[in-house]
Design a protein around this ligand. Structure first.
Ligand SMILES: [Zn+2]
Length: 417
């Protein structure tokens, strides 16, 4: 991993002489303006952005790793700051002036499988094997409503197939569980992820999901969720990490599910903003609010359907509406697929698709139960070691491509000296 970072540094370095790249963590409470101030970027760079772009810059979240490229005098040449799922803010100099744009990230995904014989508990054994809290909590969460882990016998087995995104050799976010099996008293219990992060058993019955209440009753949807990606002709298409509900100023906004308020206040282009944390690593976000209901502050417990405030057009908003976002582990997901009533049991075409998914994973999981080893392996032959070299070289090529494309924006006159 260290080596990969060096690849980046040396590449950037060779392209712009004395420049050095740094990776840093975006601290909790750090603001976009503090970042601008630190690197002497004029605030006009921010204020000249179209409103939708200014809104998007509010998506930078604490804990994310971002990259800066500085010249010999510690002046900023470029910065790449991730937002949401696979997008990043790109700040660079052109004609001696700072610019801000959005660009998709280059990452690679790897499917992996961990399998083991349970000695202490699924929780402890899985954590010792993977050292990955996120994966373990997701595993427990997925099985929460379906099986009782207390009936597990020593030497019962479990296997989890999950997918992880890597960027510049570092995991980009928490792993996504795709399928898993756990033996309870020697009997296998399967789960499969399907439909936007919901979990189903082998028969296609939902065992763990979440349903949100529409936060503004009877409102019209004025803008839908989109991830935004590189468009072959139009260039980068902006993402919209939320659903916008148009409604008159003052219309009541209610909490979409039970939870705890983790933010209530102003934030950049989002204006008056409330964020609520829910179980299952979920978070909802309510932006552009006109006012908050009494008592809304960090730490306040709220019930599904409880009034939290009223529709407005604070921050960057062209008219009164609620910008309603849903996040799982800080990654935006489409709220509409959780707001509409989803049947607990899959049917018809959906069931057919589900069966194809489950039939793909069952033989792999079955094999993992039978082989008796404790291991973590990657897909394509499910063997990490034999693929290592190939992955590394592929990764380097992708990095090179990304850095070359960003490098074009370094003007000649900022190089050297
Ligand atoms: Zn919006």
């Amino acid at each position: 991993m260290v080596r990969k970072i060096i690849v980046m540094v040396s590449l950037w370095g060779s392209l712009s002489f004395g420049a050095t790249a740094h990776s840093q963590i975006w601290e909790s409470g750090y603001t976009f303006f503090a970042f601008f101030q630190k690197y002497n970027i004029p605030t006009s760079v921010y204020y000249n952005l179209p409103p939708k772009d200014r809104e998007l810059t509010s998506e930078v979240y604490a804990g994310v790793t971002y990259y800066t490229l500085l010249d010999d005098n510690e002046e900023l040449l470029q910065a790449l700051i991730p937002i949401g799922d696979g997008m990043q803010i790109h700040i660079f100099k052109r004609d001696g002036e700072f610019r801000l744009d959005f660009t998709p990230m280059i990452y690679f995904e790897q499917e992996q499988m961990v399998s083991l014989s349970i000695q202490k508990s699924p929780y402890q054994d899985l954590l010792e094997m993977t050292h990955d809290n996120g994966l373990v909590s997701e595993f427990l969460n997925a099985y929460k409503n379906s099986v009782n882990f207390r009936s597990i016998l020593k030497d019962d087995r479990l296997a989890v197939i999950y997918e992880r995104k890597y960027r510049l050799g570092k995991p980009l976010k928490n792993a996504n569980i795709k399928a898993a099996v756990v033996e309870i008293n020697k009997k296998p219990h399967y789960i499969f992820r399907f439909n936007n992060g919901r979990y189903y058993n082998k028969e296609g019955k939902e065992i763990q999901g979440f349903l949100l209440q529409t936060p503004v009753a009877g409102a019209r949807i004025s803008s839908r969720f989109s991830l935004g990606r590189k468009h072959p002709i139009l260039g980068t298409v902006r993402p919209h990490y939320a659903v916008d509900y148009a409604a008159p100023k003052g219309t009541p906004i209610v909490a979409a599910a039970d939870g705890v308020v983790i933010f209530a206040g102003k934030r950049g282009g989002y204006g008056n903003l409330i964020e609520i944390r829910h179980e299952n690593n979920l978070k909802t976000l309510y932006a552009h609010m006109n006012s908050f209901a009494a008592g809304m502050k960090s730490g306040k417990k709220v019930k599904r359907g409880q009034l939290i405030g009223r529709v407005g057009s604070t921050g960057l908003s062209t008219g009164p509406h609620l910008h309603f976002g849903l996040y799982r582990n800080n990654v935006p997901i489409n709220p509409l697929s959780s707001v509409k009533a989803v049947s607990k049991e899959l049917q018809g075409k959906e069931k057919e698709k589900f069966i194809a998914v489950s039939e793909h994973f069952i033989p792999l999981l079955q094999e993992a139960l039978e082989d008796g080893n404790n291991s973590i392996i990657a897909n394509e032959g499910f063997n990490l070691d034999s693929n290592k070299e190939a992955e590394d070289s592929e990764d380097s090529i992708r990095e090179t491509t990304e850095l070359e494309s960003t490098q074009q924006n370094i003007p000649i006159d900022s190089q050297g000296k």
